[in-house]
Write a protein that binds this ligand. Structure first.
Ligand SMILES: [Zn+2]
Length: 76
């Protein structure tokens, strides 16, 4: 069985793999609502928009609703 003659440095391995990462990054699209980088055919995770309409409530929005509810309860 062939065995590598010398140890391959971590940097050299990562440099070789970087070419593959660059090719993969080309497939990113841009959200038409907020401009964030998104994968094609997926809901934007930042604003929850898909094809120009709202389809999902984001984590941040849910947090804001919870905070508002708590603030209301404290005021009572
Ligand atoms: Zn978006």
């Amino acid at each position: 069985m062939p065995v590598p003659k010398k140890r391959r440095p971590h940097a050299r391995t990562r440099k070789a793999h970087a070419a593959n990462f660059r090719a993969a990054a080309k497939n990113f699209g841009i959200c038409k609502n907020c401009g964030a980088a998104i994968l094609p055919h997926t809901i934007c995770s930042v604003c929850g928009f898909y094809k120009g309409r709202k389809v999902k409530t984001t984590k941040l929005e849910k947090q804001n609703v919870r905070k508002a509810r708590k603030a209301e309860e404290n005021n009572k």
